[in-house]
Design a protein. Structure first.
Ligand code: ACO
Length: 318
């Protein structure tokens, strides 16, 4: 049996930066409120670009960095909660524009846990004989938001990032744990599709992202932290790459894990919550900064959590 190994990482952030002060010019909020509650200072916002455009940029960078022929890819998997269309998938759009004609392609919908779910799925394909593939988390969250709702609009940002996996003799994605609790589905909803068939005369519902902020906060600090503790056991871990939603959540999780905060790198101040893109953006930045090195044997844990509710942990030996 062969396994998946990350041989390249890449990210793409749209050019436009919107600071907290920019938002405060037309929204009843302040830099002080946003930073003190979340740690976020600014976010990137995609103007004309859609999710597939950002994911395609990531896919092209991955193929260039690894110097491979797109025809050699067995799969393209995209994690997103903000696809361009319900159909085709973002992954099919990327596959077509990249020229990865031999690759199967599909999207994974697990909100902010999407990248962890997608990478775990990809690893299972690698274990069943596939040789090479791309996994991307990409989001244009800005199109999901009610920009009049200050309690959610200030939290999110756009971006995409991903990894290229190649077959290896030794396991690199050592352990995976994926969880969900659909009974709490209403804690975070987004993109409801109104029933517009001609036989229905019911009322319209809001399609904008709506979140029970306190509920998600408690879920992160209780359920997600408990699962992470169970998942780690006695393992020694070099870095924890947690979903980048809120600085205070990450600090509290580090304390509950009895681990130094230095093991929990953060970049949410620059990007806000980019949902499925947050973990791979962080991974790529750490690789670029030589804090993480591919082939170093460093042990990292990726933990994603969010709408669904869905959450998951992966232990990776780089
Ligand atoms: N600016 C100024 N004031 C605001 C803003 C804002 N942007 N937003 C809310 N407020 C006000 C509220 O109206 C409220 O005022 P009131 O007391 O007069 O009613 C007050 O600030 C406090 O609001 P809370 O919601 O209680 O603030 P809290 O400290 O709980 O922070 C937050 C809210 C940041 C959303 C926090 O609950 C949180 O981070 N939750 C977790 C969210 C998360 O992690 N989501 C990830 C999953 S995302 C995914 O899956 C896509």
């Amino acid at each position: 049996m062969s396994f998946g190994k990350i041989i390249a990482t890449a990210r793409y952030l749209p050019e436009k930066i919107v600071t907290n002060d920019d938002l405060a010019e037309w929204m009843d909020t302040s830099d002080e409120w946003i930073q003190s509650r979340t740690g976020i200072k600014q976010r990137h916002i995609a103007e004309a670009e859609n999710t597939s455009d950002m994911c395609l940029q990531v896919a092209k960078k991955l193929v260039d960095k690894a110097a491979i022929d797109p025809l050699s890819l067995d799969f393209v998997i995209v994690a997103t909660m903000s696809p361009d269309y319900t159909s085709p998938s973002v992954a099919c759009q990327v596959q077509g524009q990249l020229g990865a004609k031999q690759a199967m392609a599909f999207d994974v919908a697990a909100a902010c846990a999407g990248f962890v779910y997608a990478l775990a799925t990809a690893e299972n394909f690698m274990r069943s004989g596939m040789k090479r593939g791309i996994v991307i988390g990409g989001e244009k969250t800005s199109k999901l938001l009610d920009w009049q709702d200050r309690s959610s609009a200030v939290l999110f940002g756009d971006g995409a990032a991903g990894v290229l996996l190649e077959a290896s003799e030794e396991p690199s994605i050592i352990k995976q744990m994926l969880r969900a609790d659909g009974e709490r589905a209403s804690s975070l909803t987004s993109g409801f599709r109104n029933n517009c068939n001609v036989f229905y005369e019911g009322s319209e519902t809001s399609t904008a992202l709506a979140m029970d902020g306190r509920g998600i906060w408690n879920f992160a600090l209780n359920d997600v932290t408990k699962s992470l503790k169970e998942f780690i056991g006695d393992e020694s871990v070099d870095y924890y790459l947690l979903h980048q939603a809120n600085k205070r959540i990450i600090e509290k999780m580090a304390r509950k894990m009895n681990e130094p905060i230095e093991k929990f790198p953060m970049n949410l101040m620059n990007y806000g919550n980019t949902s499925a893109a947050s973990i791979p953006i962080l991974l790529d930045e750490l690789v670029e900064a030589n804090i993480l090195s591919l082939n170093s044997n460093q042990k990292v844990v990726l933990t994603g959590y969010g709408g669904g509710l869905a959450w998951g942990n992966l232990l990776i030996q780089l």
